[in-house]
Design a protein around this ligand. Sequence first.
Ligand code: SAM
Length: 216
Amino acid sequence: MRQRHKPWADDYLNEHDHIVLPNPQQYKGKWSAFFGNDRPIHVEIGTGKGQFVSGMAKQHPDINFIGIELSKSVIVNAVEKVLASGQKNVVLLNENAENLTELFSASEISTIYLNFSDPWPKNRHEKRRLTYYTFLERYESCLNQTGELVLKTDNRSLFEYSVVSFSQFGMTLQEVNVDLHAIEDEFNIMTEYEEKFSAKGQPIYRCRAVFHQDSN
Ligand code: SAM
């Protein structure tokens, strides 16, 4: 996602530190205490402009949502979406997913969403893909026993790569959908990228995978 540098982003994020949490490492192992309840915690990695995470928070008030986004210039848009939604069960972290295990303890997360992740098509950039095995190791350590990973993308190559990566890691695929919008899924919350690509007629791929076979 190319974004113009926004020199005011730091100030804006400081002004909204109840939504974009500074020093979120302090909440590792204490997210339930932070939210003040024991509801499941769902994490979106690469939240972008925040339509998905804010929409999901509204649709599921009984779940706590955390959106992680690397780019300051992008996350400011997500802050606006969260503010507009008025939801209290969602916060954002301006962090790199590489540091996931510094943010969450073992088993602290119920679901991780990867929505329209950067495909990094060149072989030499494979390690940057959010479905490379080093990322799967991080997800496995933070997800609980029944936790699942949900991937949505318009990019067929990334989808195929990810399905293989999950299988090689020993994960179990619970859904492999090569045309998500062909079915009526009234609960599907579209991301900004999903709206853009589906408007062009491109199929949207989705798969759900778990690390432990007994998960359901
Ligand atoms: N999920 C949004 C959507 O579907 O509209 C945005 C998709 S955009 C292609 C990918 C986003 O992931 C970018 O905003 C990028 O900054 C973010 N991102 C990429 N790598 C990341 C990482 N390692 N940690 C956190 N965010 C990351």
